[in-house]
Design a protein around this ligand. Structure first.
Ligand code: FES
Length: 168
């Protein structure tokens, strides 16, 4: 009788031990999975869906010289200086995060991994492998400035080619 009680007490202890061991492994697995997902999110940041093709971005006179305007819905920038207009994709060329314009530093900065681009969108620091995409601009029949997000202007070694409304 007492032998039987000892045996059931040992079974109970072993069962409890097994349960605690399983619980520990489950907890460790959850911690590891959370850590792994945080690492994955760091290396593969969220990238928003591809925007539309040709978009009107207002009239040329809506932009002051030396102004950079972000069109949030289109994920692009329009920059105007004394030489003309430039349009940049806001998508970082590293892993696709949206860059922001920093007026004080006159740079586009990527918040994800510290990439930096100058005012013409050239990559100057950090992991981005190439400049921001320079998008084609034109003026449509209504006088609107239109960005074609499917046409990426080739850059040469010199300054980025400006679009000048009215110039052939
Ligand atoms: S996404 Fe990595 S630097 Fe911009």
């Amino acid at each position: 009788m007492s032998l039987n009680t000892n045996a059931s007490s040992t079974d109970l202890k072993q069962g409890r031990r097994r349960f605690l061991l399983r619980l520990s492994w489950t907890g460790l697995s959850l911690v590891f999975a959370t850590f792994l997902s945080a690492v994955m999110r760091f290396f593969w940041p969220r990238v928003s869906s591809r925007p539309g093709r040709s978009v009107q971005v207002g009239f040329p006179d809506d932009y002051r010289p030396d102004q950079v305007v972000y069109h949030r819905g289109r994920k692009l920038f329009i920059a105007r200086d004394e030489k003309g207009f430039l349009s940049f994709s806001a998508r970082c060329t590293h892993l696709g995060c949206m860059v922001v314009w920093n007026r004080d530093h006159q740079m586009f900065l990527c918040p994800c991994h510290g990439g930096k681009y100058d005012a013409e969108g050239r990559n100057v620091e950090g992991p981005p492998p190439r400049p921001l995409d320079l998008l084609a601009l034109r003026v449509d029949e209504y006088g609107f400035l239109v960005v074609n997000q499917d046409i990426i202007i080739k850059r040469g070694k010199g300054p980025a080619p400006r679009f000048r409304p009215g110039a052939a």
